[in-house]
Ligand binder design. Structure first.
Ligand code: GAL
Length: 432
């Protein structure tokens, strides 16, 4: 039996014992993403849940929460409509088409912040959930930082399942030790480390994947190069995208790209993370869903992979939060509410997050369930300065992000820093 199956069986056992055992109402089993089946009792209802968690580490996290859901609501069939593609690049397009056609899934994954408020709330596509927060007592356990990012006009619009950290530098500890390289904490140390690795024969010390992973790298370099206040100011209208500080950060980004693999555009984030544990690269900048992936493929923390805040971002937690919404006119509204209750529950979050590589949104997690990396993330989340992610929906709405993405695509091809900066200035002017 694989570790993942063992973990799932353990969670199922816990759930069944918490529910006082099998009451004969039927059992829900999860054979894999999209393969939830219910036997025994007649199926009375279903809930369709939409996400992009199909890949390594991600599907396993969702599966663990589906098991908890199945234990609590055996009469509801869980229809897993996940669409593959990291960061929702494909899923969000499919979702947009469905919403336009007035065929919403009952509940879908959306990022806390501008993605949620600027897209689904602005288009009146989701229902406020204040009543559920009151019923479930969630205002007492969800972080105060998060509530404004999922609220508009006094209404709360989603149920956060986690907090992910975006600014993580994943390392190969063996390679760093063999080359006498300390984990870099500044941009200059990082570049010096990668120069040394290249001189020692490693072609591409920094592993990168498809375009969204380069936007992810960009946001961490902007933060690391400019600092916490100047980075935040870029998004709240008080910063200056044409400043010398942005030019310097873009030059740093250009330099960081010079250490990356030439086949990046053909690689998923998992492929890129794999290059680090395989020893073909020493570094990868990726959110902590990479930890879920490393664990799923049997890698050991601090031996096969190490971690640190990305260079220049020590003491800063650049975050994002996955949350689930209730569709307006949801085809199965009651079942969707049942799903949201599990997504917001301690049991659901403590099943999902240790596998997904995130910390629970709730502040009452059972710490004994979390590994060394996630415990360090919990401590950092409660003590660091907090900045938001661009790539994962916190700081910019979809239209601003999409203009930045277009400018980034051009930059990856022409590497013209001045043209890139001019396009970023124009993107802010058009959207802020
Ligand atoms: C993010 C999402 C994470 C993870 C990642 C890679 O946008 O918030 O949960 O799924 O994409 O797919």
């Amino acid at each position: 039996m694989t570790k993942r199956l063992l973990a799932l069986s353990f969670v199922l056992l816990l759930v069944l014992s918490a529910c006082g055992g099998d009451d004969g109402a039927g059992t829900t089993t999860t054979a894999g993403p999209g393969e939830t089946t219910t036997t025994g009792a007649a199926m009375t209802d279903q809930v369709e849940v939409f996400s992009w968690w199909t890949g390594g580490g991600e599907a396993a996290g969702l599966d663990a929460m589906i098991v908890v859901f199945g234990g609590a609501y055996p009469e509801i069939d869980f229809v897993n409509s996940a669409v593959a593609g990291g960061a929702g690049t494909n899923a969000r397009a499919v979702l947009a088409t469905r919403l336009q056609a007035n065929e919403p899934p009952d509940s879908w994954q959306g990022h806390a912040g501008q993605e949620l408020i600027g897209t689904y709330v602005a288009a009146d596509q989701i229902e406020p959930l204040n009543f559920l927060y009151e019923e479930e007592g969630w205002l007492d356990v969800m972080p105060e930082t998060l509530i404004p990012l999922i609220s508009d006009g006094g209404n709360i619009y989603s149920v956060p399942v986690n907090i992910h950290r975006a600014n993580v530098l994943w390392t190969n500890p063996g390679i760093l030790a063999d080359n006498d390289i300390e984990v870099p904490t500044s941009m200059d140390d990082w570049f010096a480390a990668m120069d040394a690795l290249q001189a020692a024969g490693m072609e591409a010390p920094l592993a990168m994947g498809e375009q969204w992973t380069s936007m992810h790298l960009l946001e961490t370099v902007l933060l690391g190069s400019m600092g916490y206040e100047a980075y935040n100011a870029l998004w709240d209208g008080s910063g200056d995208w044409s400043s010398a500080a942005v030019t310097e950060a873009l030059n740093d980004f250009d330099k960081a790209l010079s250490y990356t693999n030439s086949d990046a555009s053909a690689l998923s984030w998992q492929d890129a993370a794999q290059l680090v544990v395989d020893g073909s690269a020493a570094f990868n900048v990726m959110g902590d869903w990479a930890e879920g992936f490393f664990r799923e493929i049997g890698m050991e923390p601090n031996t096969d992979y190490g971690w640190a805040a990305t260079p220049g971002t020590g003491g800063i937690f650049q975050f994002l939060s996955d949350s689930f919404v209730l569709a307006k006119n949801a085809p199965h509204r009651d079942a969707a509410l049942a799903w949201l209750k599990i997504a917001g529950s301690r049991e659901g979050q403590d099943a999902f997050n240790p596998v997904k590589g995130s910390i629970p949104a709730r502040n009452d997690a059972d710490r004994s369930l979390y590994g060394e990396y996630l415990l360090s993330a919990m401590d950092d989340w409660s003590s660091n300065d907090v900045a938001g992610s661009l790539t994962h929906g916190v700081v910019a709405n979809d239209s601003w992000k999409s203009e930045i993405d277009t400018a980034l695509g051009a930059f990856l091809a022409n590497r013209d820093v001045a043209a890139f900066q001019a396009a970023l200035v124009a993107a802010e002017a058009a959207n802020a």
